[in-house]
Design a protein around this ligand. Sequence first.
Ligand code: MN
Length: 325
Amino acid sequence: MQGKIGLEEHFAIPETLQDSNGFLPDVVWQELSARLMDIQERRLREMDAHGMEMMILSLNAPAVQALHVRSKAIEIAQRANDFLAEQVALRPDRFQALAALPMQDPDAACRELQRCIQDLGFKGSLVNGFSQVDTPDNVVYYDAPQFAGFWALCEQLNAPFYLHPRNPLPSWAQIYEGHPWLMGPTWAFGQETAVHALRLMASGLFDRHPQLKIILGHLGEGLPYSMWRVDNRNGWTPKDRAYPAKKPLADYFHQNFWLTTSGNFRTQSLIDAMLEVGADRILFSTDWPFENVDQAAIWFDNASISEADRLKIGRTNALHLFGLK
Ligand code: MN
């Protein structure tokens, strides 16, 4: 399929490059680091070769979210966003941008989001899970009350928020001790992000902001497979929703969430996600440079879905979600 648009597609700046070291075997670091630092050359060749018209770019992980000194987080977010704006300006027909945000300081995150959307023309934001604030072990999730103004601004600006994974802190990750292979994309990323998304749903955030748009990668971080059970629990016992949200959580999953195919190139899983949320809420993505464009594109172009759904997922859903021309 020609004209595909991807929206979980990463780059790095020198200050964040090392954050991606260690996620893949050391023997491929030279290749991975070169891919992360390139925007206009190798990346465009990969896109051209596999029918990918556009990447909506975002910074690597955990990057800004792991900078517990607020002033540093603010500075690196601005620097990354300024660099990204320059790169997009070179090829706006092939690249658009999602903002990195210093969520350590909700007021600064609001200012940076507003600057990126209104001054730099970005299409939304991508945040790498929880943020470390003030000390390395102090973490904040975004259902916390200090983010009320931030979410109101996202809704007001109609700026989708991509909740991207990061690993749990070692001090919070006893379940993975002795099993380092479970960290990262293998398992820990999805578990961490799915729980964060459930926290947002249960908090009542989407009752307050029904137009808020949240994007999850990796075909929904396992949630399509689990949402029915989250709401049903033990169907024969009295229901007691012990959370502030007014509706079953699947209602928010269906109304406020969009899912991408990043790094999860499996037709059976795609069809499950389509059965749960519908083809209008699923969008093609690769997760370049951690995954290969060729693998993503060859899988997607040949997946056993209707051509009408392939066009939506590959392209038109992204045009609508981000208001692209
Ligand atoms: Mn990613």
